[in-house]
Design a protein around this ligand. Structure first.
Ligand SMILES: Cc1ncc(COP(=O)(O)O)c(C=O)c1O
Length: 315
C-alpha cells in the first residue's frame, strides 16, 4: 500500500457509485461522484488546494501570510485544513446561521471566524469579506467566486476523472454555488463529447434552498461569466428545500449518507431522468452528512425539517 506524505495527496480521485436503484426511469442510469471522501470532507478540497497552489506559484501567498475568504462552510473548512498544514493564518467570514458542526470544524483547524448576518446568507458573507479585504490589502483574498483556479481545478481533475470512469456519460448535474464545479466539469466533458448535457440545480427564484444560488436572484459569480456559463449550461433543474431533504433521505436507502446539496443534486438528476428516453447521468455528492446531523435533516418530521431548511444555510 502506498504511504502518502500528506493528506493533501488524498484530494481527488474520488469513487463513483451507481445509484440507479433510485432512478425513476429504468433506461437512465444515475451515478454519484463521492466527494465526501476528500480529506477535508467535501468537493471544496479541490478548489482550495488549487487556489492556494496558484497563489503560491505567482508569489501572492508567501509564508506566514493571512488569508481571508467568505464561505458558508466547505471552502472554509478545506482552506483551514490546508492553511494549518502550510502555516497560513486564515479568517473565514461565515454566516451566523450555518450548522454548528461547520463552525466547530473551522475551529479544529485553527481558523478565525468572522460572523456575518444570517439573514443576508452567503451573499452577505461575500460582501463583508470584500469590505475587509479592501481594508487589509496586506491579506490575501483568494475569492472563490472570482478566482479561475476554482473552475480550473474541476477542469483538470473532476472532469477528467468522470470521463475516465464513465466515458458513456450523457448528462452532468450539480448544484450551483460559485458555479466552479459546473463550469470546470462541463467545459471538460463537452470538449470530449459536445453532446453531453450540463444541468444546474437551482432553488426557485426568491426562495432560499440551503444556500443554493438561483442565477435570476441578482448575483452572478464572476467565474460564471468568465467561463461562458450561459452558453455552457443546457438547462436548469429547479429543486425545493423539501425535495432536497427527501432525496437526501432516499440516498440512505442505497447506503449513502450525504449532505443536503447532494440530495438537491439527486432530485435534479431524477427530474432530468424523467425528461429523457435513455442516458447516463453523473451527479455530484458534494459532501457527507456528518456536518448536518444537528439540523434534524433526517430525524425531524419532513415538513418541520423543510421549514428549518429555510433558516439554516447548509452550504
Ligand atoms: C455542499 C456544497 N454543495 C454544492 C456547492 C456548490 O458548488 P460550486 O461552488 O462549485 O458551484 C457547494 C459550494 O458552494 C457546497 O459546499
Amino acid at each position: 500500500m502506498t504511504v502518502h506524505d500528506s493528506v493533501l495527496d488524498l484530494i481527488g480521485n474520488t469513487p463513483i457509485v451507481d445509484v440507479s436503484a433510485l432512478s425513476p426511469n429504468p433506461n437512465v442510469r444515475i451515478l454519484g461522484k463521492m466527494e465526501g471522501q476528500n480529506p477535508g470532507g467535501s468537493v471544496k478540497d479541490r478548489i482550495a488546494l488549487a487556489m492556494v497552489q496558484e497563489a503560491e506559484a505567482d508569489g501572492t501567498l508567501t509564508p506566514g501570510k493571512t488569508i481571508i475568504e467568505p464561505s458558508s462552510g466547505n471552502t472554509g473548512i478545506a482552506l483551514a485544513m490546508i492553511s494549518r498544514i502550510r502555516g497560513y493564518h486564515l479568517k473565514i467570514v461565515l454566516p451566523e446561521n450555518v450548522s454548528i458542526e461547520r463552525r466547530q470544524l473551522l475551529e479544529v483547524y485553527g481558523a478565525e471566524i468572522i460572523p456575518s448576518p444570517g439573514n443576508e446568507g452567503s451573499n452577505g458573507a461575500v460582501r463583508r469579506a470584500q469590505e475587509i479585504a479592501a481594508e487589509h490589502p496586506e491579506w490575501v483574498f483568494l475569492y472563490q467566486y472570482g478566482n479561475e483556479a476554482n473552475p480550473r481545478a474541476h477542469y483538470r481533475t473532476t472532469g477528467p476523472e468522470i470521463w475516465a470512469d464513465v466515458p458513456g456519460v450523457t448528462h452532468f448535474v450539480a448544484g450551483l454555488g460559485t458555479s466552479g464545479t459546473l463550469l470546470g466539469v462541463g467545459t471538460y466533458l463537452k470538449e470530449q463529447n459536445p453532446d453531453v448535457k450540463i444541468f444546474a440545480v437551482e432553488p426557485p427564484a426568491g426562495e432560499t434552498v440551503e444556500g443554493l444560488r438561483n442565477l435570476d436572484d441578482g448575483y452572478i459569480p464572476p467565474v460564471f461569466d468568465k467561463w461562458g456559463g450561459f452558453d455552457l449550461l443546457d438547462g436548469k433543474s429547479i429543486v425545493r428545500p423539501r425535495e432536497s431533504l427527501e432525496y437526501t433521505r432516499k440516498m440512505a436507502e442505497v447506503g449513502i449518507f450525504s449532505g443536503i446539496s447532494a440530495g438537491a443534486a439527486l432530485a435534479g438528476a431524477c427530474k432530468v431522468a424523467n425528461r429523457i428516453d435513455e442516458g447516463v447521468i453523473v451527479y455530484i455528492v458534494c459532501d457527507s452528512g456528518w456536518k448536518y446531523l444537528s439540523t434534524g435533516a433526517w430525524t425531524l418530521d419532513l415538513d418541520e425539517a423543510a421549514a428549518n431548511a429555510e433558516k439554516v444555510i447548509y452550504f
